[in-house]
Design a protein around this ligand. Structure first.
Ligand code: NAD
Length: 259
């Protein structure tokens, strides 16, 4: 069950966070993994008997070469378009177009180049998993460039699922809320992390291994009738207003009334 034995998989952004956790999990399930990242993930590649490749996903020619090489020989079965950045922090009125461009170049174009070239080089019956974000589906102040770039990934996922369905290639994306990875290792996000914990019914932020498990689920042949989906992994945030959030808001409102 959920074996990836005999499969070749590419994971972009595999040097860190969700990508590294996915590469490890895929290898443990039997896949041969190509770890593509701006930084060479040499040690991890050695640890899991995979292959580290330096690749900028915002560079179409580099992505094509990387996918072509990975597919040569045994063919390509799985592509995880995970590499991403978050240029955030300003409300729309203050946001320069260059900030949107930066997010789009890596997040949306990067996934687009991946899907485009996987369509050329992937074996029929393969699986593509794109890493979007809850920010694609839910607005968050000062996240405009990132949100737009991730919403583009949801649209890309649905269109690709329709176009590649005839070849049995499934395309899905995952939409995580905040995940405990180096992407959030900055002092600026401390307040956001505190808010997400309070707003999450499960009371904590997501773990990279939990995202890797969902990606593994979607990559496996066991899930061969699931395609075109944007699967939310958020500890229940999207379901509604949890007690801790309502309690915090009411306490703040009551404190405001007292003064
Ligand atoms: N951490 C979160 O809270 C969170 C939430 C939702 C979605 N995501 C998404 O998950 C994905 C993985 O992020 P993470 O949290 O593991 O972050 P991370 O910073 O730990 O890892 C991102 C990896 O992508 C690589 N990368 C960045 N730009 C690249 C490029 N142009 N080409 C190739 N590689 C590149 C980095 O070198 C890094 O190894 C991203 O797409 C991110 O947007 C993250």
């Amino acid at each position: 069950m959920f074996s990836l034995a005999g499969k070749t998989a590419i994971v972009t952004g595999a040097a860190s966070g969700i990508g590294a956790a996915t590469a490890k999990r895929f290898a443990a399930a039997g896949a041969k993994v190509v770890l593509a990242d701006l930084r060479e993930a040499k040690e991890l590649a050695q640890e899991i008997d995979g292959r580290a490749v330096v690749c900028d996903v915002a560079d179409e020619a580099a992505v094509e070469a990387m996918i072509h090489d990975a597919a040569e020989g045994d063919g390509l079965d799985i592509l995880v378009n995970n590499a991403g950045i978050g240029v955030v922090g300003q409300e729309i009125a203050e946001t320069a177009a260059s900030s949107l461009d930066a997010n789009l170049r890596v997040n949306t174009y990067g996934a687009f180049y991946g899907v485009k070239n996987a369509a050329r080089y992937m074996r029929n019956g393969g699986a593509i998993i794109n890493v979007a974000s809850l920010a694609a589906l839910v607005g968050f102040p000062a996240y405009i460039g990132y949100s737009v770039s991730k919403a583009g990934i949801v649209a890309l996922t649905r269109t690709a699922a329709i176009e590649l369905g005839a070849r049995g290639i499934r395309v899905n994306c995952i939409c995580p809320s905040t995940v405990d990875t180096p992407m959030n290792d900055t002092p600026d996000v401390a307040a956001e992390l505190a808010f997400v914990r309070i707003a999450t019914p499960l009371g904590r932020i997501c773990d990279a291994d939990e995202c890797a498990a969902l990606i593994h689920f979607l990559a496996a042949d066991d899930c061969r009738f699931i395609t075109g989906q944007a699967l939310v992994i958020d500890g229940g945030v999207h379901a509604g207003f949890c007690e801790t959030l309502v309690g915090a808001v009411i306490s703040a409102a009551m404190a405001g009334n007292d003064t």
